[in-house]
Design a protein around this ligand. Structure first.
Ligand code: AMP
Length: 284
């Protein structure tokens, strides 16, 4: 795997590869890699071409300074994890390389409704930061395909919108990959490393809630199932931020199950100091 730290060097390398007719696959990450990230690289590697992974902990998308400061950084292990799945290129830029004019000087995108609900409502400014960094990474990597995890459902929708806003909808294809889970169903996440052993056990309840929503969708009202889940989480001292049912294509908030439309259930909860999110398609 070739590691690039400078945008100009990566651009020169990829330009030569594109001239040779190579397709560029791109997997943006914030590092502390796990099997979820590896699954995206493996998916990209199934097609021919050059697979580029980026690791950049983007300061502009953290609305909580503590979360940013405590974000795990494990570069040596990440390089091993990427080598294991045959990643071709790692882009490991500094903040200055991504934001040469400073973090405050970035273009901001208007994602409309998509940034006002769920994660957008609970993490003000988060999607503006995500938009800034991904727009910049796309400018540098200029991929044909970008691989995203369904784990961050709302982020996938925001980034589809970003492609529209930057006029790249026709040239960059987004490929969304399924959420990779631990044995108890907990969605793999870089933040899981920050959980104590008892917290790690309790964190499995997030998935249990989603499974119970999915199982009860045909014979219970959403409000009742939601309350059962919130009560369960609170009884174990977790701090749920939201449990929501939305239209899978639009993120429109639904108040009741409706088998006629595609639905996704989403959950966000603090487990101790660590904030976790997850989701499940109810009628895929
Ligand atoms: P992150 O490093 O958390 O910014 O994630 C980088 C990419 O990996 C995003 O597209 C995430 O949605 C994806 N990802 C994170 N966790 C998982 C997982 N458990 N399964 C599949 N993809 C994931």
């Amino acid at each position: 795997m070739i590691v690039f730290k400078k945008a100009a060097d990566l651009i020169a390398y990829l330009t030569s590869k594109k001239a040779e007719g190579e397709i560029i696959h791109f997997v943006p990450t914030m590092g502390a890699l796990h099997q979820g990230h590896q699954s995206l690289v493996s998916l990209a590697k199934k097609a021919s071409g050059i697979t580029v992974c980026s690791i950049f902990v983007n300061p502009t998308q953290f609305n909580d300074t503590k979360d940013f400061e405590k974000y795990p950084i494990t570069i040596a292990e990440d390089i091993e994890a990427l080598d294991e799945v045959g990643c071709d290129v790692l882009f490991l830029p500094s903040v200055d390389e991504i934001y040469p004019k400073g973090t405050k000087q970035q273009a901001t995108f208007d994602f409309g409704y998509l940034e006002t609900v769920l994660e957008g409502a609970h993490r003000p400014g988060h999607f503006k930061g995500v938009g800034q960094v991904v727009a910049r990474l796309l400018e540098i990597v200029a991929p044909d395909k970008m691989y995203l995890g369904q784990k961050d459902y709302q982020q996938c929708m925001v980034l589809k919108k970003l492609l529209e806003l930057i006029g790249k909808k026709e040239t960059i294809q987004i490929i969304t990959a399924p959420t990779i889970r631990e044995a108890d169903g907990l969605a793999m996440s870089s933040r899981n490393r920050r959980l104590s052993i008892p917290q790690r056990t309790l964190a499995g309840l997030l998935y249990q809630c989603l499974i119970s929503i999915q199982a009860k969708q045909h014979n219970e009202s959403f409000d009742i199932v939601k309350k059962e889940c919130l009560d369960l989480l609170k009884s174990k001292n977790l701090e749920p931020e939201y449990i929501a049912l939305v239209h899978a294509d639009t993120l429109e908030i639904l108040h009741e199950f409706d088998a006629a439309i595609p639905m996704v259930a989403l959950i966000a909860s603090k487990v101790g100091e660590v904030r976790l999110i997850d989701n499940l398609l109810l009628n895929p």
